[in-house]
Design a protein around this ligand. Structure first.
Ligand SMILES: Nc1ncnc2c1ncn2[C@@H]1O[C@H](COP(=O)(O)OP(=O)(O)OP(=O)(O)O)[C@@H](O)[C@H]1O
Length: 638
């Protein structure tokens, strides 16, 4: 059907860096069953080339890009793809191919230089590059992409001022280029940019391709004439079929030789007009599909005949194919390639992961530095937590001010301890979930390119939260402790603090679990309060810990509130003696009897703290297992 695509470049004798042949890609759709998205595509690209895939919306540009980059997850893929003339190794290929997504997935709080430095530190081997060499590489990339003057500007994003759209795109490209890839793949790099920014991105990409002997492959929707002039090679798709692939400068003469002289000053608009399906009526749609099929068949013939222009007979070739197509039945029409007998390999799903670049400790250290910088710049979270802690200290401290040892103080102690356990969860979980979830897209991007291990990510991210959460809570604890007058005893003071650390740790673990399992912030913010408020029922305050409906009573054993509340209660009440008056209808004389009546003396304090820590570790474990294994994408690989 198509010429083999691993052929050497006729002029230079070079082997293509990437070649593909007879690529078919099918997906299952509810309405139409199996739908072919890519039809028998073959092609090749060489080092140093700037190649663009063009076509109207839905032509299959992104699909082809994803197939070639090994990023397709569903459907069925057939054909052959080779890197440097041989089968691709899923583990090494990912390191040699840099993919810049359409959305610039970066941390808005980091500066341009910090973003590039983190990428270089994480993705370049410490064995091959010294710290100075990594810095030099970052500087070189900033120079080449004209980013030096904004090196200290934040990336910015929603609601945060930062670099411009074009600059952000260049930082995205730079983050990939610091790794020195062989192929740079860009999905719609000009999308959302004004024409001069888009042109600058394309010009700089071309410059880099030349300087680094890098092959750049991009999808581009409607580039300006100036941008088309910068391209070395053009791949034009229509309805998943190849209608042109070759030097960008030859595309217009090629279509002219088919009988379609350019009618537009911008060649890109002309190519799109020529290959767009007209959906205005069934008849118009059928005709444009036939036209696209004829264009595709003509290109197959053109390529088979050597692909050299000028070929004066091409016009006749298109006309005869179009007429022949007209005579064929519609059913045959809808899938003309499907009957052609070619032996194709089918892609299988693989779970691949590039081997780690550096040792665990250096990954952890770089991530910890980055996460700490990020957290410091989450000013709203810092101020929010501080405000919450100050307000809670004042309110709780003065509502329960200087508790005595009468019978009324029992209720106050029971209330203030429950309130404190809640204070260690609600205000922590929401901001932590929100911060983890805003960085989730970056995590997924970095994970898909094997930037670091999940364990180093988990340890670093969690550890960066600890001081931010623990420090304000230490002051809150001290404030409340002395304002409400808990038992003034050094051992009890520190045991209470240890118990507070345990529930804070578990809360952060819970936040991780939730943020990793749930995909959207909205859903997380629905699930979090429902889960927490239901768990509160098992704390031993709203219900008696020994009198919960038997079928549900096991829940208290996995409930962080139960253990922390039980530990707080025992720590405060044990050893206390209460006075009774003749007005008291019921009277507790000792703290132990209060604990007994609440059913909170099942586990010793130390055991409650240990179990709570274990629950926290369990939350982290769930988050880890989910991210590491269950949610790990499997890609179609050929
Ligand atoms: N997994 C899928 N399931 C169903 N249809 C799909 C799937 N993937 C792609 N398609 C369809 O295949 C066609 C090509 O999609 P693709 O995203 O590659 O087009 P495109 O040329 O990049 O379009 P655009 O310029 O609008 O982004 C579209 O009609 C799309 O709806």
């Amino acid at each position: 059907m198509t010429t083999p695509s691993t052929e050497k470049d006729k002029r230079t004798g070079a082997t293509p860096i990437l070649s593909w042949s007879n690529l078919d890609y099918d997906v299952n759709t509810k309405q139409h069953g199996v739908r072919r998205i890519l039809h028998g595509l073959s092609g090749n690209i060489y080092s140093g080339e700037l190649v663009a895939i063009m076509g109207s919306s839905g032509a299959g540009k992104t699909t082809l890009l994803n197939v070639l980059s090994g990023r397709v997850q569903g459907g069925r893929l057939y054909g052959d793809i080779q890197f440097n003339g041989s089968k691709r190794n899923p583990h090494t290929f990912k390191r040699l191919l840099a993919f810049v997504e359409q959305d610039d997935l970066m941390f808005p709080q980091l500066t341009v230089e910090e973003t590039l430095t983190a990428s270089a530190e994480l993705r370049l081997s410490n064995k091959k590059y010294s710290k100075e060499e990594k810095c030099e590489r970052v500087s070189a990339v900033m120079r080449q992409l004209r980013l030096t003057h904004i090196r200290d500007t934040a990336i910015g994003g929603y609601g945060t001022r930062g670099v411009s759209g074009g600059e952000r795109k260049r930082v995205s490209i730079g983050s990939e280029l610091v790794t020195d890839p062989s192929i740079l793949v860009l999905d719609e790099p000009s999308s959302g940019l004004d024409s001069s920014s888009a042109e600058m991105v394309v010009s700089l990409t071309k410059e880099m391709s030349r300087e680094r002997d890098l092959c750049t492959l991009m999808t581009i929707h409607q580039p300006s004439a100036e941008m088309v002039a910068k391209l070395d090679k053009l791949i034009i798709l229509a309805q998943g079929k190849l209608v042109y692939m070759g030097p960008a400068s030859q595309a217009l003469p090629y279509f002219e030789s088919l009988g379609f002289p350019s009618t537009n000053s911008n060649p890109a608009n002309f190519f799109i007009d020529l290959t767009t399906v007209d959906f205005s009526s069934d008849e118009a749609m059928r005709k444009s599909e036939q036209h696209i099929q004829a264009l595709s068949d003509s290109f197959i013939k053109f390529r088979a005949s050597g692909g050299q222009l000028p070929l004066p007979h091409l016009k006749n070739s298109y006309a005869s194919i179009a007429t022949a197509r007209n005579l064929k039945s519609e059913s045959e029409h809808s899938n003309p390639n499907i009957n052609i007998d070619i032996t194709q390999e089918e892609a299988s799903l693989v779970l691949y992961e590039p081997p780690p670049m550096n040792d665990w400790l250096s990954e952890f250290w770089i991530l910890l530095k980055r996460d700490w910088t990020l957290l410091k710049r989450h000013r709203s979270m810092i101020y929010g937590l501080l405000a919450q802690c100050i307000a809670s200290t004042i309110f709780i401290g003065f509502v329960f001010f200087q508790m005595k040892t009468d019978q009324a103080s029992i209720q106050n102690r029971v209330g203030v301890l429950f309130m404190f356990a809640l204070l260690c969860t609600f205000p922590v979980i929401f901001p932590v979930v929100s911060i983890i979830m805003t960085g989730r897209s970056v995590l997924l991007r970095e994970r898909s390119s094997g930037t670091y291990r999940m364990t180093s990510y988990f340890f670093a991210r969690s550890l960066s939260f600890f001081p931010l959460v623990f420090v304000p809570y230490i002051f809150t604890y001290i404030g409340i402790y002395f304002l409400v007058h808990f038992q003034y005893d050094a051992t009890k003071f520190f045991i209470g603090m240890a118990n507070m650390f345990a529930i804070l740790f578990t809360s952060i673990g819970f936040s991780f679990g939730l943020a990793m399992i749930v995909k959207s912030m909205e859903v997380a913010f629905i699930i979090a309060p429902i889960t927490i408020s239901n768990l509160m029922l098992f704390a031993g305050n709203l219900s008696n810990a020994k009198a919960i409906t038997p079928v549900l009573s096991w829940i208290k054993y996995v409930c962080m509130y139960y253990y922390s509340y039980s530990a707080f209660m025992q720590n405060e009440f044990n050893g206390l003696e209460f006075s009774c008056t003749s007005d008291d209808t019921a009277c507790y004389r000792t703290g132990e009897s209060v604990i007994e009546s609440y059913g909170l003396n099942e586990q010793a304090i130390w055991l409650c703290i240990v179990i709570n820590l274990a629950i926290g570790v369990g939350h982290y474990g769930i988050a880890y297992v989910f991210t590491r294994w269950l949610a790990k994408p499997r890609y179609l690989w050929i």
